[in-house]
Design a protein around this ligand. Structure first.
Ligand code: 5AD
Ligand code: SF4
Length: 452
């Protein structure tokens, strides 16, 4: 009998990848994806703990699930409720205590044991937030689901950097790099099933140092070099990187490998050396500027994206100005910025000099206005240009498709559905706040005979 599975995913792309793997893992047990929690046999919340009121948000979501579960039970049905991801890792038994209707709590490194946990849940409540000695990847089935045009592939997990604001080293555990042969095999399967683009994922993806097929160790640059030859794969990306781990091989990959897209998400967090030191980021603002210069020399059109935290404990007006100065110096194509949010158990949460909320809000508004201006300028500069766009899916309006430029801009254009999966030259007609409008460019003689 088919059973219905609903997974709600919060947070980063790694959680999106994990949710897809969890769904695959449960398919042999008869679970099929449901579009909502109503009537589901198994509901999984894959949670995120990085910022804000993650715990409260999760408990409020669980309130809704509890009502559905009880309604189902009144009709003789049964709903198994599981909480996974980083809040599960951080809160563990506390969740079972506060939410008696939750059947399973599991951490991000334990989800390969879900089939067994689901079976056990018939008779007992299950908690598994262990960090197993053997990586979960060894126990996951091969990817089987059909990927989209653009697929994720986890190559590295966990983090050993211990930035003082961040929960990741505690929730995801120590750094682990998958062996390159395993990654290449997964990438081939994705390409064979129709993926044209793969984004390599890791909490600290450019700290990748995996076993090479010949027995040595590869960094991310070498891994990208090996993946670039896979038939069908037209584009490679990777996220998220740490400035300190941008090495020569990775910069060379941006220069030499056509499949590697000219876009890099390289979080800097702050432009103040004092704040960077207090964050334990292990680099200065000038070292970041120099890294960007080297990347731009290797790949002049590379578009940069970043993450910023404002209102980190002790951040002065001068520190904040150093951040806006850095933003002006670099010029970002896109960026994410956040108010510092104290995370329980991290060193900065206990710092005495916390910044008042209104100051954080003011600084965030100033920074976001500046970043928004830069994003607009970057998008506006593309108007009139022809960009190769990989069409991924139907757009919002009939007859439209959406895809991405090399610089990760979302672009929509009128195009027939059979062009999904193709890389098509589009003339950019207009820059909207979060996307571009394009039109299929007339075939120029120089493009004739060039395979997509
Ligand atoms: N407060 C605010 N932002 C945070 N981030 C991580 N931890 C915190 C925190 N405690 C941001 C960082 C990171 C991004 C994924 O989330 O900018 O790069
Ligand atoms: Fe968190 Fe990234 Fe710092 Fe690791 S490098 S602790 S994941 S912010």
């Amino acid at each position: 009998m088919k059973k219905r599975l609903f997974i709600k995913t919060y947070g980063c792309q790694m959680n999106v990848y994990d949710s897809a793997r969890i769904a695959e893992l449960l398919t042999p047990l008869g679970y099929e994806a449901a579009t909502g929690p109503e009537g589901a046999d198994l509901v999984i919340l894959n949670t995120c703990h990085i910022r804000d009121k993650a715990v409260e948000k999760m408990f409020s979501e669980l309130g809704t699930i509890r009502r559905l579960k009880h309604a189902q039970e009144r009709h003789g049905g049964r709903m198994v409720v599981a909480v996974g991801g980083c809040v599960a890792q951080a809160e563990g038994a506390e969740i079972l205590e506060r939410a008696p209707f939750v059947d399973i709590v599991f951490g991000p490194q334990a989800y390969h044991r879900l089939p067994e946990m689901v079976a056990r849940a018939a008779t007992e409540r299950v908690l598994d937030t262990s960090f197993p000695a053997e990586p979960k990847f060894d126990y996951l089935p091969e990817t089987s689901a059909t990927p989209g045009v653009s697929a994720f592939l986890a190559v590295q997990e966990g983090c050993d950097k211990f930035c003082t604001f961040c929960v990741v080293p505690y929730t995801r555990g120590a750094e682990y790099s998958r062996p390159a042969a395993e990654i290449i095999a997964e990438a081939r399967r994705l390409a064979d099933s129709g993926a044209r683009e793969i984004t390599l994922l890791g909490q600290n993806v450019n700290a990748y140092h995996g076993l090479s097929p010949k027995g040595g160790v590869w960094g991310l640059g070498e891994l990208i070099g090996a993946l670039a030859g896979i038939p069908g794969l037209a584009r490679l990306r990777y996220t998220t990187s740490h400035p300190k781990d941008v090495d020569d091989a990775l910069i060379a990959a941006h220069r030499d490998i056509a499949e590697l897209m000219p876009y890099l998400h390289l979080p800097v967090q702050s432009g103040s050396d004092r704040v960077l030191a207090a964050m334990n980021r292990r680099h200065t603002a000038d070292q970041y500027r120099r890294t960007v210069e080297r990347l731009r020399r290797a790949r002049p059109d590379i578009a940069l994206s970043s993450d910023f935290i404002v209102g980190f404990p002790g951040e002065s007006e001068a520190d904040f100005r150093a951040t806006t100065d850095l933003v002006r110096d670099i010029g970002f194509a896109q960026a994410f910025s956040f108010k510092y949010s104290p995370r329980p158990g991290t060193p900065a949460a206990n710092a005495a000099d916390q910044i008042p909320e209104p100051v954080k809000a003011d600084r965030l508004a100033i920074l976001q206005a500046l970043l928004h201006e830069q994003q607009q300028a970057f998008n506006q500069a593309c108007v009139g240009e022809v960009l190769p766009v990989l069409f991924e899916k139907p757009g919002r309006h009939p007859g439209q498709l959406v895809g991405r430029s090399p610089y990760l801009q979302s672009i929509h254009a009128e195009a027939p559905a059979e062009r999904i999966g193709d890389i098509v030259p589009l003339t950019i007609r207009a820059a909207l706040p979060n996307s571009l409008a394009g039109a299929i460019a007339p075939q120029s003689p120089s493009l004739d005979g060039v395979a997509a």
